[in-house]
Design a protein around this ligand. Structure first.
Ligand code: HEM
Length: 156
């Protein structure tokens, strides 16, 4: 008997539809994430749904619609720091809990989401704010790096 794909095991397209609907319902009211997305969240939801379905062994509909995923490049236009990363994962974790998954499937999906989300981070929240034209000092005993500065001296 052929081994079932994760896509099939989870219940096919309707599972990914339910998951992404729950996820985007949370994005819709999130003050960190909402500004990053276009007004019409349904297109965004559909792309994420088709991408996930394809990744886990379903039909290759995402590729037909959007071409190669190149997720890192597709996220480059958005500022993704620790706050965005954490908010995204928080909503996806809650969405997964709502749709209800077996413990093993939940662990597998979550570790996948965590690894992709950290790969997509493209901004350091604690980067120095160099608005006075200075060059960034090399961190060292005389010039502590951002992580060693008191919170009120860090950039956003
Ligand atoms: C780390 C936090 C993340 C943020 C802040 C973020 C934000 C965004 C934004 C603003 C878009 C554009 C919406 C649109 O499609 O019009 C987008 C698209 C997308 N994101 Fe993310 N994302 C994150 C993580 C992820 C992860 C972990 C995945 C996959 C596991 C993912 C998959 C996608 C896909 C497939 C699209 C549609 C790309 C396209 O075809 O244009 N994102 N994301």
């Amino acid at each position: 008997m052929p081994v079932k794909s994760m896509y099939e095991r989870l219940g096919g397209m309707s599972f990914f539809e339910a998951l992404t609907q729950r996820f985007y319902a949370k994005v819709a009211t999130d003050e960190v994430l909402r500004p990053l997305y276009p007004e019409d969240l349904d297109g965004s939801r559909q792309r994420l749904c088709l991408f996930l379905a394809q990744f886990w062994g379903g039909p290759r509909a995402y590729e037909e619609l959007q071409g190669s995923p190149r997720l890192r490049a597709r996220h480059e236009g958005f500022r993704i720091g620790a706050r965005e990363h954490d908010a995204w994962l928080q909503h996806m974790t809650a969405a997964m809990e709502e749709v209800g998954l077996g413990a093993l499937d939940e662990t597998q999906l979550l570790s996948y989401f965590k690894s992709v989300a950290s790969h997509l981070v493209n901004t350091r929240d604690d980067a120095l704010d160099l608005d006075d034209g200075e060059t960034c000092p090399v961190p060292g005993p005389d010039h502590p790096g951002p992580a060693q500065l008191p919170i009120d001296k860090r950039g956003t």
